[in-house]
Write a protein that binds this ligand. Sequence first.
Ligand code: APR
Ligand code: PHB
Length: 393
Amino acid sequence: MTTRHKTQVAIIGGGPSGLLLSQLLNLAGIDTLILERSSREHVLSRIRAGVLESGTVKMLRQAGVYERMAQHGIPHNGCYLTDNDLMVHINFKELTGKQVLVFGQTEVTADLYAAQDAMGTEIVHGVTDVLINDLDQTRSTVEYSVEGTRKSIECRYVAGCDGFHGVSRNTIPADVRQEYERIYPFGWLGVLSQTPPANDELIYANSERGFALASMRNENLSRYYIQVPMTDKVDEWSDERFWAALKQRLPSATAESMMTGPSIEKSIAPLRSFATEPLRWGNLFLVGDAAHIVPPTGAKGLNLAVSDVFYLHGALIDAVKNNSKTGIDAYSDRALARIWKSMRFSWQMTTMLHRFDDEDSFAGQMRRATLSHLEKSETARRDLAENYVGLPY
Ligand code: APR
Ligand code: PHB
């Protein structure tokens, strides 16, 4: 039996994009309903990057999600880019006047769920077979199944916040979509360990053995990554092997002083750059990972999702409340202009810091020269800092 619901904006996907958009729309008095494929426990078990741009912090504060972020987030005024023992400090604060906040995406997502619960928003978990229809009509429908029942929601707009593997993007006809993709020939092996961070600030390390990143969650929880071939399997990487490989890639002083311990999470993730255009098809809008993927070098994934939400929430409020279509008509172009710049930065950071298998002898020299140029040129460091702390909306 089909039951029918109505809402103003149907949101597919209960990750950070969908939750933040929903929260901001609800605060403006707009009714939403979220459909999420997985359980809440599963969504909150995914470990993702943890660097928030100042614009992201501002948006989360606007959404009323601030207390735990202010209490537990660690403000960072800079980071290091290293090449063996060369350590180039990028002082964000001095170069741009801004800082970033280190606070795990999983925590942000948990806080957004709590805020949505307090708002009383309906979030349906465990949905399958989502079908989006009538996108060219005044009212569209979203059909889905949950616990063996087929249901349907009638809505004014649909936000496709269902990540890279969702259904929203593929609802846009293939001949309308233009997709751009680069798959990098390596992955990141990530480890979480209950040890103090190796350094006060993040270290992005280039070395002849490949890339490494020393990051953190709090004063006794560290997050590390090393570049590995995509053919590697997690069980081939014992903790001992991981720590040894990481230390070979970090500056020797850091490697010698850092604490290691048992891993509490270990996984391998692929690196990809992907974007689709346009982000709007009739009443459907793509947001976050549904529209674009960046490699994690530079931590732009969540921040880009938040800037999409920035453009879209204002546009949807204007469309629903004032019947003004200017904002939604401009959404795709406005969001994409910023997306492409973050795509470029993430690609540049990835290329500058990773070793490519089939590279020629020239490539390593280019990476080293880029690092030594950064060491000597404040202009180059400012450019990197400006991108890292987040371009203006
Ligand atoms: N129906 C309903 N929900 C779906 C479907 C579907 N067909 N397909 C996927 N989903 C859900 C996923 O289970 C996931 O919880 O959509 C959600 C998408 O969340 P994310 O993948 O986290 O994407 P997004 O919310 O855009 O977050 C931006 O920033 O750091 C990056 O990739 C990182 O998740 C992060 C992203
Ligand atoms: C992380 O802490 O998980 C992290 C930090 C910075 C990145 C990527 C990941 O660029």
